[in-house]
Design a protein around this ligand. Structure first.
Ligand SMILES: Nc1ncnc2c1ncn2[C@@H]1O[C@H](COP(=O)(O)OP(=O)(O)O)[C@@H](O)[C@H]1O
Ligand SMILES: [Mg+2]
Length: 351
């Protein structure tokens, strides 16, 4: 899919990706059902950039992030990483690639072994991938990494519980960086932190990107954070991408009613910039039995009967790097790029 104008080879290309979970079934249990956590997602990402992935809880963001890293098996679709099809690689074949693709979690406490010192936790990954040849070299590199993420190297002999949430996230980042990755899935890395600490961690991630040329898939339910860190933003709803757009267009150019609702949930302090608010009612429906047509239609303020509840909207292109899956996206227009017209996305398959 050529959704990006850049000529360099994309870091990652995701095509028609689906991840379904089978749940239930068995003795005296309800019949087996299929959870369509990710249901036909296509996008690509450039090297050195951040793609933000935003949507309410339960939309499939974590499942998508983990499927991309092949931590969860895809049900359908394809994944290309650095030009190579990794969809069907065995776990053994994936092992050398694991170094290049890392993940940072919302709760590093859950991912750090409580009985391992920071020194051991950060050093472990280096040892597994044979990046160090001696204990002293490992210790030196752990110290340098801790320093790089803003922790005093003397703290390396301590255990995770001796650190604050923000410090633990720095340890999680150091651990991910230990293997010199190119691509990091950051799954709600600041969602559990106080706002003041969030900014520090976000700034650290952005500095590391500049310095090391890292690419991030930055997952969050908070559009404000995503908007700050991202070059492009993908908005996910019930297992699908409903809008993908450059950061600069989020403020005034978002066209999907869901994106607009997420945006209007951000408090605006400047009264001159206050806008009409689109409030979201109800919860995200179950991905076991998603609504027909556009899955957002039951909560959409502009949905049209007979259209939105019947036909699934495909991603259509509006502007050079902006795609929207909404039948009424033309009406949601708010920006000056009026008249650009809509072109049907040439990507094959349902989106
Ligand atoms: N292992 C699993 N088995 C069954 N359902 C799952 C599993 N993991 C996630 N889900 C379901 O898939 C949907 C998407 O979940 P998730 O990817 O965690 O969303 P998000 O990260 O956006 O909150 C949810 O309905 C969730 O309950
Ligand atoms: Mg999640």
């Amino acid at each position: 899919m050529s959704t990006s104008a850049a000529s360099a080879e994309p870091l990652l290309e995701v095509q028609d990706l689906a991840t379904h979970f089978r749940v239930g079934g068995g003795f005296l249990r309800p019949a087996r059902q299929v959870v369509r956590a990710v249901d036909g997602v296509s996008f690509s990402m450039q090297q050195g950039q951040t793609l933000g992935l935003v949507g309410e809880s339960g939309c499939g963001k974590s499942t998508l992030g983990r499927t991309i890293l092949r931590l969860i098996e895809p049900t359908a679709g394809s994944l290309r990483f650095e030009g190579r099809d990794i969809t069907a690689l065995s776990q053994a074949e994936l092992r050398p690639l694991r170094r290049r693709m890392q993940i940072i979690f919302q709760d590093p406490y859950g991912s750090l072994n409580p009985r391992m010192t920071v020194r051991a936790a950060v050093g472990e990954a280096m040892r597994v991938h044979k990046l160090v040849s001696s204990r002293s070299e490992e210790e030196q590199r752990v110290a340098a990494l801790l320093e790089r993420v803003g922790l005093r190297p003397e703290l390396m002999s301590r255990y995770p519980h001796e650190f604050s949430g923000g410090q633990r996230q720095r340890i999680g980042i150091a651990r991910a960086l230990a293997v010199e990755p190119r691509f990091i899935v950051a799954d709600e890395p600041v969602s559990a932190l106080d706002v003041s600490i969030q900014a520090q961690i976000v700034n650290l991630l952005m500095d590391l990107q500049d310095e090391l040329g890292l690419s991030y898939l930055f997952v969050a339910h908070d559009l404000k954070v995503v908007e700050h860190v991202s070059h492009r933003v993908a908005v996910m709803y019930l297992g699908r991408i409903v809008e993908i757009l450059p950061k600069r267009e989020i403020a005034e150019g978002a066209r999907h009613p869901y994106t607009q609702a997420l945006r209007s949930a951000i408090p605006e302090l400047d009264p001159k910039k206050r806008r009409t608010r689109t409030l979201l009612h109800g919860d995200v429906p179950s991905p076991i039995d998603p609504p027909a047509g556009c899955s957002f239609h039951p909560r959409c303020p502009i949905a049209e009967k007979g259209l939105c509840d019947r036909e699934r909207p495909l991603l259509r292109q509006f502007g050079s790097d902006h795609f929207v899956a909404c039948h009424l996206a033309d009406r949601a227009e708010r920006t000056a790029n009026a008249g650009a017209g809509a072109a049907v996305l040439p990507a094959p398959g349902p989106v």
